[in-house]
Ligand binder design. Structure first.
Ligand SMILES: NC(=O)c1ccc[n+]([C@@H]2O[C@H](COP(=O)([O-])OP(=O)(O)OC[C@H]3O[C@@H](n4cnc5c(N)ncnc54)[C@H](OP(=O)(O)O)[C@@H]3O)[C@@H](O)[C@H]2O)c1
Length: 160
């Protein structure tokens, strides 16, 4: 199963520079609970923004970094250079795509499930994730909390 987890603001805003436009501890907690002990896949930019904050990769998760840089190396981290062949033949374990924009965008058509935190308040930012086709997904769970709605979407099984 390939899942994507993202916080999505009005007009599909997801970022401000190399950071998030907002700070919601309850969303960070949700992210942690959802991804703990799982395998997380991210782009190089997202990986380095995590390492600059934590001084290490996300703890208690297996990190996979997508980069086109053949020299990329980080101890304990798996690297992939060919994102599409990885997504076409994913490993048996569940994969959680955690960003950023480029990696989300390239993965959209391979995703089986989406954990989307809808942020209902306006924020300033400049990075948008367009192209999620919600008509291909059913919302199977929704929890509203303040400015946020925590939703889980499952891809519809194509009928013949
Ligand atoms: N709202 C949220 O939930 C959320 C979550 C995460 C991130 N974000 C936001 O997303 C933004 C960062 O997004 P981003 O697009 O700059 O960075 P990114 O997706 O994390 O990383 C982009 C990198 O992925 C690599 N890449 C691109 N195409 C590839 C391919 N086909 N195969 C393998 N690797 C490939 C390239 O690495 P090389 O350059 O090394 O080749 C590219 O520079 C920030 O604003 C961040 O805050 C938001």
């Amino acid at each position: 199963m390939i899942a994507l987890i993202v916080a999505l603001g009005p007009n599909n805003l997801i970022g401000k520079g190399n950071d998030l436009p907002w700070h919601y501890p309850e969303d960070l907690q949700y992210f942690k609970e959802t991804t703990l002990h799982q395998t997380v896949l991210m782009g190089e930019a997202t990986f380095y923004s995590i390492v600059s904050r934590l001084h290490k990769p996300l703890p208690n998760r297996k990190s996979i970094v997508a980069t086109l840089d053949p020299t990329f190396h980080y101890d304990g981290v798996r690297v992939i250079h060919d994102l599409f062949s990885f997504l076409k033949n994913p490993p048996k374990e569940d994969i959680y795509i955690i960003g950023g924009k480029q990696i989300y965008q390239l993965s959209l058509s391979y995703v089986d499930r989406m954990y989307i935190t809808h942020v209902h308040k306006e924020y300033e930012g400049d990075i948008y994730l367009n192209g999620i086709d919600f008509t291909q997904f059913d919302c199977i769970s929704r929890r509203d909390q303040g400015d946020l709605s925590f939703c889980i979407y499952e891809r519809r099984i194509a009928s013949c």
